[in-house]
Design a protein around this ligand. Structure first.
Ligand SMILES: *[C@@H]1O[C@H](CO)[C@@H](O)[C@H](O)[C@H]1NC(C)=O
Ligand SMILES: *[C@@H]1O[C@H](CO)[C@@H](O)[C@H](O)[C@H]1NC(C)=O
Ligand SMILES: *[C@@H]1O[C@H](CO)[C@@H](O)[C@H](O)[C@H]1NC(C)=O
Ligand SMILES: *[C@@H]1O[C@H](CO)[C@@H](O)[C@H](O)[C@H]1NC(C)=O
Ligand SMILES: *[C@@H]1O[C@H](CO)[C@@H](O)[C@H](O)[C@H]1NC(C)=O
Length: 382
């Protein structure tokens, strides 16, 4: 502030002690394009842009002299959707995926999703949370399904057991009677097999599916939800500050311009003093805006980091869930195969005895036990 004033050309970084001529100050940056040309370049109709796209303005005060204030306005065109800042398609360097080839959650849920009516929008993170909740529900429903399966087995076993005690045809005799008795007994064994199957289904499939991730899971999800939502709220409030600071700067800018013009046409002799004041205020407003943008940037960075870590955590949870269910459904098929095998072993003795059924032997036995006399009649003697 005490030394000699020197000038910096922000475009080519040249410095000079002498105030550059006006023509040298003409904005050379291609960024300083009129807004409408950008709309055209990106094929955006101004109408479509209304609620969600805004433009960040960076006012950088290059230098000012006694009578004029030269302000270079840099327009940085960015897409702002629900207070999150995105590069405008085609502008800036291409972004690389964080985890290419993996279809990772952390790469695909940055934008908010509009519902079909277009009235409300859901944060990308919310979509991930909904997937988790749905997964939990599916796991619960699978457990319910297995429960129904178990009930069928139990009822079937009960029916078999009951039938095996039936007195029907209990008096069949011989080898056929033995086979019949075995057949009835096999129903009882089979019932045991089904009962065992249903017990194992309960302890090895239904219960694990039901208890996998207890009530704490939903609490954990809520924690994640609140954490990320809080960061978004912070971001929105920082965004509002930026907007406010931007407007304040624009007002200061306009004020300064008016006063500069007033001086030029010598409306008042107080203007020089006013201009100094206005200049100071304008610089301050510029600083304010920078500070607000900086805070906004910091919050957005924090949100970004938390989104990456948390979405990868959710991704891990989903892999675990799928593998857990896969493992227990495999257990179901294993038990089912086992049941078939045991089931078969209960009918094997019946088959054996059926093979042994021998009408001749049965006749022999029966005759032996029930014969009423083997002495045949003879002719009458005269
Ligand atoms: C068990 O028996 C009852 C009638 O006694 C029948 O209604 C039911 O369908 C049977 N259940 C199975 C699984 O066989
Ligand atoms: C300039 O201001 C002084 C007081 O500060 C006043 O006496 C004078 O009349 C003003 N001149 C003009 C041209 O307004
Ligand atoms: C805000 O972030 C952008 C992008 O990282 C950066 O270019 C810019 O300098 C930052 N602005 C402030 C004021 O921190
Ligand atoms: C057991 O075998 C019987 C016939 O022997 C069959 O009807 C039933 O479906 C089998 N049960 C299972 C669980 O395989
Ligand atoms: C045949 O003999 C057995 C054994 O003594 C007996 O239990 C059964 O009642 C007899 N059958 C008839 C029809 O008498």
């Amino acid at each position: 502030p005490e030394g000699l004033r020197y000038y910096v050309n922000s475009c080519n970084k040249e410095t000079t002690w002498r105030r550059p001529s006006l023509s040298a100050e003409a904005p050379q940056r291609p960024l300083a394009r009129p807004v409408t040309s950008l709309f055209k370049t990106h094929n955006i109709s101004a109408h479509a842009i209304k609620p969600h796209v805004m433009f960040r303005l960076f006012y950088i005060i290059l230098f000012y002299s006694r009578h004029c204030c030269y302000i270079s306005v840099f327009l940085l065109f960015l897409l702002q959707i629900n207070c999150v800042t995105f590069p405008l398609p085609g502008e800036g360097p291409e972004q690389q995926l964080l985890k290419p080839e993996e279809w990772s959650y952390c790469d695909y849920f940055w934008t908010d999703k509009k519902d079909p009516q277009g009235t409300t929008s859901v944060a990308g993170f919310e979509v991930l949370l909904q997937k988790q909740l749905k997964g939990k529900q599916m796991q619960k429903e699978m457990s319910e399904f297995i429960h129904e399966r178990i009930k069928i087995e139990e009822e079937y076993a009960k029916n078999l057991s009951k039938l095996s005690l039936s007195p029907l045809a209990a008096q069949e005799e011989g080898t056929l009677g033995e086979a019949w008795t075995q057949l009835k007994k096999s129903l009882h064994d089979e019932a045991e097999v089904h009962l065992k199957f249903s017990n194992k289904l309960h302890s090895e499939v239904e219960k694990p599916l039901l208890t996998f991730r207890g009530d704490n899971f939903k609490k954990d999800l809520k924690k994640y939800d609140h954490h990320i939502a809080d960061l978004r709220k912070q971001l929105a409030s920082r965004y509002a500050s930026v907007e406010k600071a931007r407007k304040a700067l624009a007002d200061r800018q306009k004020d300064l311009e008016v006063k500069t013009q007033q001086l030029e046409i010598k409306l008042s002799n107080k203007t020089e003093e006013d201009i100094k004041k206005a200049r100071r205020k304008s610089t301050q407003a510029g600083d304010d805006l920078m500070r607000c943008v900086d805070l906004y940037n910091q919050t957005q960075s924090k949100w970004f980091e938390e989104m990456v870590t948390t979405s990868m955590e959710l991704e891990k949870l989903e892999v675990e869930r799928i593998e857990w269910i896969q493992q227990h459904l495999r257990q179901y098929t294993t038990l089912r195969h086992e049941t078939d095998m045991f089931n078969q072993s209960t009918v094997e003795p019946v088959d054996q005895l059926l093979q042994n059924v021998d009408p001749a032997k049965d006749r022999e036995l029966w005759v032996k036990e029930n014969k009423t006399g083997e002495v045949r009649p003879v002719d009458m003697d005269i």
